[in-house]
Design a protein around this ligand. Structure first.
Ligand code: PBG
Length: 325
């Protein structure tokens, strides 16, 4: 092969680590990643591994504070919190309770780790007795009455000290409802990270075990998106921008990289992607079987998600990968 051949020139930049590092187009860094945590309220010292998500736990408040020590030392920048309450009811009253599982956890975290960016998931599914993301009347999820409850919930998170709120319920108009409630209460600076493009995905299976939020009847296909649709993602994104979202999220991540890329080309807002529970569990299972190198596939998956256009990635691999970044 002559040295002037373009292929040979490519090689000249792949022969050693410094060459590859120098011309790499996509680098993963701690600022790209957000670690999700599941907080329980029954036993504050509790730490229970989630069977379908090896390495992920349901944590009591004190256990979570201890769990954060090492990752924070290793450069963890941001977390997203999901609550697993003891009490559930039709109105999801626990979701917005000032002494609720998330509200108390946020207060403690921001006291111990003031620099750690604490994002809260805003949804009713963990708090409703039926497990749906909104209020249910006559057997179906009702959009507008749910908006009030979501706004109450987001406000209670902001009052507890959350740095950012992330509505994941997929009701129409919730970004506007949350934005106006936050503004009316003086939280004009709290950004909304909207799960704008959230598909009705089978990859959420392990999460529903972790958050104990599987719907008791029916499914979420009336309010979450059809996996076959891409143009609809642009419509959802534009609607959320118009309502005042600051960051838009695509979820799941890896099966929807084309959607992420399309959004990246089409909207100027910062983009997040959620590498969801099922994506994590697949790779973990293969690692356990000895079929894949867990760390390498995790790094490669996250690099792909960033390359497709994500500025921020929510991933259960975050804390595990911090030492490798
Ligand atoms: C709640 C919510 C879900 C996830 C994040 N927020 C589950 C769902 O919609 O059923 C899934 C996250 C994951 O699978 O890791 N609405």
């Amino acid at each position: 092969m002559p040295e002037t051949d373009p292929f040979f020139r490519g090689r000249r930049l792949r022969n050693s680590a410094w060459q590859r590092d120098m011309v790499r187009e996509t680098h993963l860094a701690p600022w790209d990643l957000v670690q999700p945590y599941f907080v329980v309220e029954d036993d504050t010292e509790a730490k229970r591994e989630i069977p379908s998500m090896p390495g992920q736990y349901q944590l009591g408040r004190e256990a979570l504070l201890r769990e954060l020590e090492e990752p924070v030392r290793q450069g963890l920048k941001a977390i997203v919190l999901f609550g697993v309450p003891v009490h559930k009811d039709e109105q999801a009253s626990g979701a917005s309770h000032p002494e609720g599982v998330i509200q108390k956890a946020v207060q403690r975290i921001k006291k111990e780790y003031p620099e750690l960016i604490t994002i809260t998931d805003v949804c009713l599914c963990e708090y409703t007795s039926h497990g749906h993301c909104g209020l249910v009347q006559n057997g179906s999820v009702v959009n507008d009455p749910t908006l009030e409850r979501l706004a109450d919930t987001a406000l209670s998170h902001a009052q507890a000290g959350a740095d950012m709120v992330a509505p994941s319920d997929m009701m129409d108009g919730r970004v506007a409802a949350i934005r106006s409630r936050l503004e009316a209460s003086g939280f004009v600076q709290t950004p909304i990270l909207s799960y704008a493009v959230k598909y009705a995905s089978a990859f959420y299976g392990p999460f529903r075990d972790a958050a104990q939020s599987a719907p008791e009847f029916g499914d979420r296909r009336t309010y979450q998106m059809d996996p076959g649709n891409k143009r609809e993602a642009l419509r959802e994104a534009r609607a959320d921008i118009a309502e005042g979202a600051d960051i838009l999220m695509v979820k799941p991540a890896q099966p929807y990289l084309d959607v992420l890329q399309a959004l990246n080309a089409d909207v100027e807002h910062p983009l997040a992607a959620y590498q969801v529970s099922g994506e994590y569990s697949m790779l973990k299972a293969s690692e356990r079987m000895g079929w894949l190198d867990g760390t390498q596939v995790a790094l490669e998956s996250l690099t792909g998600i960033k390359r497709a256009g994500a500025d921020i990635i929510l991933s259960y691999f975050t804390t595990e990968l911090l030492p490798h970044l």
